[in-house]
Structures are given as structure tokens and as C-alpha cells.
Ligand binder design. Structure first.
Ligand code: GCW
Length: 715
């Protein structure tokens, strides 16, 4: 009998351990917000909590705490040792601490977290001028708890680097996502406004936890339909879901909307009727969404309509929309991603178009500039527009989705790339004028007292269970938010935080996996496009290599040959003063440095120079050999990632372990594909042998040329 009872109990326990909820819990859906149970030896200083019950910060804290500690913190009116106090300016709970002046100086979104003493009792105070700051402060404290940081002597003050920290969704109204690799859009336009997906709130929460405060819901290749009353009603409902988490909604608009939607004869921005149409449309939007953020505009770019269709400038177009939005507090983010199939070097065109317009934009227009002068390539120099427009607000656009970095198959941590960008010297006001400082208000703060600073990242989010397709792609969403809040954080710090929250704090897991993440971007550059090569992707889908690609009748600047210029004499794009002269768009001494093949950083040498195959590199190797070594190094590094991950098995739940392991197999195969394709093809020009000490090609060039990926559904 006893044995029977015992075995029943054993089965019951086994059953409890196997209930589907528990296994499914580690599917990546909770992102970095897993709030794992605290371990027995983690003594935390909190004994009770004081905070407005209605406040979302208090609610979020209690929910997370309950998950970690098993029960909520007791709510108290008394101040005891260990009381956690959450409050905003003027609230009774903060009165004993005289923080008002300081809180005001931290602005709307800033906060402080301090260990303070009150009548001999030690308390922790999270305080901010307004609710938004309090929520950010609360998430900061939760991050400290989750990552295992000491909590006893806290003295933290934070304000964001950029005022507007936005995600850009390239999501279409039919549910597809342009350059999205994590399934269909999370915005269920067909179901809205009646059905509200629980994911909207989860999305809001995840963004708030990393300080993102705005989102552009639809693709920059915008359908005019987004501005119909039917869709605006849907947008209103999404905005209502996001608002409690301090996330504002913005929309991409189609410049021809007055004609296409309003039935006007045209959409000329200087036409009174057109202006009136926009004024009325904007009023309609604000009636529905009083805190609407504004418009994002892709105009006269890749075939889209714009002010130039009517002989007007980008400034004319942007200012018309800005005037409509101004009375309501909205902004226009006008994209500088413009280029035409002219004889002019594509890398120079955005600068040529926008630099002459410096000073002619309204103060609620922000020109949104991609990090590099071409298009989110694996590595680009920074766009020369940064540091060139001293009287125009400029915001960086980064790409979180991995359009040119292996989609959601390759493990690429982008914080390293973004740090290189932020820290690039523009020299616009001498040394120290980094890209970050040209955009965060520290260099050109005189623009206008009310003007805002901003940054955007093209989202990598879709309806996949783990949101981003690859578990490690979540780290890029996370890193974007963290850097938008504080671009001084190191990639190392961000990876460390993310790993501890997303997987485990175990040092023997974190150290090697973090190393892998920190190396992964450079690794990808190595096996895809080392030494400044760019845009040698296969036609249209931007996944695999196709340096030989030739599509009859296609625009020259959409073909790899335009960029690599391989010939029997050498390889690379001559952008020196003898070539396209793109170097001259940079300030001195950078222009001279880029112009001189012996001083140009080797990472960018083929971006700026057409280099002979036997050119001697810093390593002492010829350019050809160096190219071979870089490609090979990339492959070897991915193989190393596989080993690092396999060694980490004991620390990771089975589902996520296996999924990442499978992705790494694809990653390794693709790296070999890239290496073989590029080396075998370029060898037909260099005529030189592949150095004998590196891995031999395993493919035939002709066989690689036959590969046709059907990746249409990804676009
Ligand atoms: O690089 C190109 C992408 C397009 C994208 C465009 C842009 C949204 O391939 O898919 O369109 O950039 O940024 O506008």
C-alpha cells in the first residue's frame, strides 16, 4: 500500500514537472522579462512597498516581484527598514526626502534610484517627476534585481540621450512585413478595432522596459489607406493599448494621399487645397489620438511620390506637413534615404540633396538619416550628413532587422556595429565631434529651445512566438532601446545584462556566450563583405552572395558590379578625389585619411579605393591573400560559435538550446557559401591562388551560380 502511495506521489510530481505550461514557458516569448524565482542565497533588501496602487509602475513591480519572490511585497503606510518607495513629484510618499528640485531637473522621463535614510530606517526610493520616469526607474530597479547587482548603496540618476526613441515597423496593411524575418506583422489590421491582441500590451511593456517611447506602425513604403477613417479607428485602438506604457503612435504617410485619398487633382505641397487637406486630416487624427506623435515620410525615394514630382524641394514637402502638425505638437520625420539612377555615386546623393537645404526646415522637422551613406550594409562608414547639417535636426536610423546580415538565421549582435557608428569622429567641430554628439543635442543644441532629439530603429518584430525569429535577435531589439536611452553604454554591458536576464546569471555561461555575441558582427563582416566590400548580395532578397549578379535592364546601382568593380587590375569603389570624390563630403582630417590608401582604415579600404590585387596590406599580405584570410576567418569564427553554444547546453532549456543550435548550423553553412562564392568569383579576376593554409572551397562556382532562393515571402 505504502509503495503504491509513494509511486502515485512520484508520478504526481513527475506530472507537475511536465505540465505543458512549464515546458512551453521557455519558448522565448517572455523576452528579457522572465523574472525567474530568486535563489535562496539572494537576500534582497526589500520588506515592504509604498506607492500609489493605481500607478502602473507599482503594478509592474509587484507583478514581477511576485514572480521572483513567490508573493507580492506587503503594502505599507509606515516607513520601515527595507521599504521600497515608488513615487512622483509632489506625492506624499516622497515628502520626507526633499527631492523636488532634483526631480524637476531630471525632466519628464528621468528618474533617480537611491538608498536613503529616514529616521534611522534605510529605504530605497525610486522617484521621478512624472509617471513615465517612474516606470523607467522601476524597470531599472527590476533589471538590477534580475541581473544580480548589489542593491544596498544605490545612487542612480538617469536621463535619456534622445527625446524620441522610436521603432519603425516596415509592416504592410496586408499583414506582411517588408524585410521582416519573424513571421507576419503583430498588428492585426483585419481584426482591429474589435479584437485586441494581448500581444499589443506585451509589446508595450517590453518596449517600456528598455525606454522606447514611440512606434511607427506601418511601412515607410506607405499605403494611402492608413489615413482612411476606417484605419485611423484601428490606429486609435492600438494607441490606447500602448499609451499606459508611455508609447506614442506615429504613422508613415504616402505623399500622394491628398490625390489618392482625397480626390484632389494632385498633391503639390505649395497648393492651398493640398495644405488644407493635410490640416484637416491631421485634425481628424488628433481628435481620435490626442497624443499622436507625427508622420514618418519616405518621399521621392525608390519610386515613391514626393514634392519633387511638382518641382518642389524636400523642405517644401516636409514643412507643409510640419505646419499641419505644429499646432498639435506633432513632428515630421523626413527620410534622407534618396538616390536616383544617375551617373553620380549613390553614396554621395543624400548629402547632395539635403546639405543645400540646411536651415530651411521647420523646427518640428527631423531629417532621418540611415547610419551609412548607402543602405544598412554589413559595414559602412557613417553617413557624411552627420556633422554636415548644423541648422537642421538630424536623427539616426538604425536597422534592427537583419536585412543584410543573414535575416533571422545568423547570430549577429548589433550593439558593436552601432557603437562604432555612435563613436565615429565627424570632426565637424574638431576632435570629439562624434556622430552621437551631432545628434543628441550636445553639439548643435542652439537649434531651437523647443526642438527635440530623436533616433529610430527598424524593428525585427513579428508574430513568431519568440518575437524576432532568432532568440539572439531579441538582443538587438534590447540593445537598440538601451543605446537610444544611453549611447555611452558599452556593447559588453548590454550583452551581459541581456544574457543574465534572458538565459542565466551563471558565469560559465555568460562569459563565453557574451564573447561570441561581441565578436559576431565582425565575424559576419568577415565572411560576407570584409575590407569595405558592400552590396554584393543576390538580386532582391539580400540574403546570399551573388557578386556576379547581372539582371538585364536592371538599374546599375542595384547590381553588385557597381559596388565591387572587380577587374584583373583590382577591386573596390574609387571614391577618392580621383574617383567619385565621396571622400570630400567628410570633414578634414577624415577626408584626407579616407583619400589616402595607406591611411584609410583597412576595414573600409574597398569602400573608398579601387585597390590592386597585389597591394601590400598592414599584415604584409597582398590584398588578395588578406581577402582570403578574412573570409576564412569568418567561417572559422562561426564554427567556434557552434562549439561555444554546444558547451553551453547544460545552462539552457532544451527548446531554446536546440533552436539556436539549428540556426547555428544554417549560419555555418551560409558562411562557407559566402566564402566560396566570393573567393571563387573574385579569383576569376585576381588569377591568384587561395593561400594553401586556409580551408579549401567545397563548392564549384558554376554550381553556386545556379542557386536561386525563393525568399519572396520574406519581403
Ligand atoms: O534597402 C532598402 C530596402 C527596402 C526599404 C528601403 C528603405 C522599406 O531593401 O526594402 O524599403 O531600403 O529603407 O526605404
Amino acid at each position: 500500500m505504502m509503495r503504491m502511495i509513494r509511486s502515485t506521489i512520484r508520478y504526481a510530481i513527475l506530472f507537475l514537472l511536465l505540465i505543458p505550461g512549464q515546458v512551453a514557458a521557455e519558448d522565448g516569448s517572455r523576452l528579457w522579462l522572465r523574472f525567474q524565482p530568486l535563489e535562496a542565497d539572494e537576500a534582497l533588501p526589500f520588506t515592504s512597498i509604498q506607492g500609489r496602487e493605481a500607478s502602473i509602475a507599482t503594478r509592474e513591480f509587484q507583478e514581477a516581484w511576485t514572480a521572483m519572490a513567490g508573493k507580492p511585497l506587503p503594502v505599507t503606510k509606515r516607513t520601515d527598514n527595507g521599504t521600497l518607495i515608488l513615487g512622483t513629484l509632489g506625492e506624499r510618499v516622497l515628502r520626507p526626502f526633499s527631492l523636488d528640485k532634483e526631480l524637476k531637473s531630471l525632466g519628464r522621463e528621468g528618474y533617480l534610484i537611491q538608498t536613503l535614510s529616514h529616521r534611522g530606517r534605510e529605504v530605497t526610493v525610486v522617484a521621478a517627476a512624472e509617471e513615465a520616469g517612474l516606470l523607467y526607474g522601476t524597470y531599472h530597479l527590476l533589471r538590477l534585481i534580475q541581473t544580480g547587482e548589489p542593491l544596498d548603496r544605490l545612487n542612480i540618476r538617469e536621463t535619456p540621450a534622445y527625446d524620441l526613441r522610436l521603432l519603425n515597423h516596415w509592416d504592410n496593411l496586408n499583414g506582411t512585413v517588408e524585410r521582416g524575418y519573424a513571421g507576419y506583422s503583430i498588428w492585426k489590421w483585419d481584426e482591429l478595432p474589435d479584437i485586441i491582441s494581448p500581444r499589443y500590451k506585451e509589446y508595450a511593456l517590453a518596449n517600456a522596459s528598455i525606454g522606447i517611447n514611440g512606434t511607427v506602425l506601418n511601412n515607410v513604403n506607405a499605403s494611402p489607406s492608413i489615413l482612411t477613417p476606417e484605419y485611423l479607428e484601428k490606429v486609435r485602438v492600438v494607441a490606447n493599448e500602448l499609451r499606459p506604457y508611455h508609447i506614442k503612435v506615429y504613422l508613415s504617410i504616402n505623399f500622394s494621399s491628398p490625390a489618392e485619398l482625397g480626390g484632389l487633382k494632385h498633391s503639390d505641397p505649395l497648393d492651398k487645397e493640398v495644405q488644407e487637406w493635410w490640416n484637416e486630416k491631421v485634425k481628424e487624427i488628433y481628435r481620435l489620438i490626442p497624443d499622436f506623435g507625427g508622420f514618418l515620410v519616405k518621399a521621392n525615394s525608390e519610386g515613391l511620390p514626393g514634392p519633387q514630382d511638382y518641382g518642389r524641394t524636400h523642405a517644401d514637402g516636409a514643412n507643409m506637413l510640419a505646419d499641419a502638425l505644429k499646432p498639435h505638437g506633432g513632428v515630421v520625420m523626413w527620410r534622407a534615404f534618396v538616390y536616383n539612377p544617375t551617373r553620380e555615386d549613390r553614396a554621395k546623393q543624400a548629402y547632395q540633396e539635403f546639405k543645400p537645404l540646411d536651415g530651411s526646415f521647420r523646427d518640428n522637422v527631423i531629417v532621418q538619416v540611415k547610419n551609412g551613406p548607402v543602405d544598412f550594409q554589413p559595414r559602412e562608414p557613417f553617413s557624411p550628413l552627420f556633422g554636415a547639417m548644423e541648422q537642421t535636426l538630424l536623427m539616426p536610423e538604425l536597422q534592427i532587422t537583419q536585412e543584410y546580415l543573414g535575416f533571422s538565421n545568423h547570430l549577429v549582435f548589433l550593439a558593436t556595429q552601432w557603437k562604432e557608428f555612435f563613436e565615429s569622429e565627424t570632426y565637424c567641430q574638431g576632435p570629439g565631434s562624434t556622430v552621437a554628439k551631432t545628434t543628441d543635442g550636445s553639439l548643435f543644441s542652439a537649434l531651437s529651445p523647443g526642438s527635440v532629439t530623436a533616433i529610430a530603429g527598424v524593428a525585427n518584430i513579428g508574430e513568431d512566438t519568440n518575437w524576432c525569429g532568432h532568440h539572439f535577435a531579441q538582443a538587438n531589439w534590447y540593445a537598440f532601446g538601451r543605446l537610444a536611452w544611453n549611447h555611452r553604454l558599452t556593447a559588453d554591458q548590454i550583452a551581459e545584462e541581456w544574457l543574465r536576464m534572458t538565459f542565466t546569471k551563471e558565469a560559465s555561461f555568460v562569459a563565453p556566450v557574451k564573447e561570441m555575441m561581441l565578436q559576431s558582427w565582425e565575424t559576419t563582416v568577415n565572411y560576407m563583405m570584409p575590407l569595405g566590400l558592400h552590396h554584393i548580395f543576390a538580386w532582391d532578397h539580400h540574403y546570399g552572395p551573388e557578386p556576379w549578379c547581372d539582371v538585364p535592364g536592371a538599374r546599375a546601382d542595384w547590381l553588385p558590379r557597381y559596388y565591387h568593380n572587380a577587374s584583373t587590375t583590382g577591386i573596390g569603389f574609387d571614391r577618392t578625389t580621383n574617383g567619385s570624390d565621396a571622400v570630400s563630403q567628410y570633414h578634414s582630417p577624415l577626408n584626407e585619411q579616407f583619400n589616402d590608401v595607406t591611411r584609410c582604415p583597412e576595414e573600409l579600404i574597398l569602400w573608398f579605393h579601387h585597390v590592386p590585387w597585389d597591394h601590400e596590406m598592414k599584415s604584409g599580405r597582398t590584398l588578395w591573400d588578406e581577402l582570403c584570410y578574412r573570409y576564412d576567418l569568418g567561417v572559422q569564427q562561426v564554427r567556434e560559435f557552434q562549439k561555444v553554444w554546444d558547451r553551453a547546453e547544460q545552462f539552457v532549456d532544451e527548446v531554446r538550446f536546440k533552436q539556436v543550435q539549428s540556426k547555428l548550423k544554417i549560419h555555418a553553412r551560409d558562411a562557407v557559401w559566402w566564402k566560396d562564392a566570393c573567393l571563387l568569383y573574385f579569383q576569376t579576376y585576381s588569377g591568384m591562388p587561395i593561400p594553401y593554409d586556409i580551408e579549401r572551397p567545397v563548392h564549384e562556382l558554376d554550381e553556386l551560380k545556379q542557386i536561386r532562393l525563393n525568399l519572396k515571402h520574406h519581403n
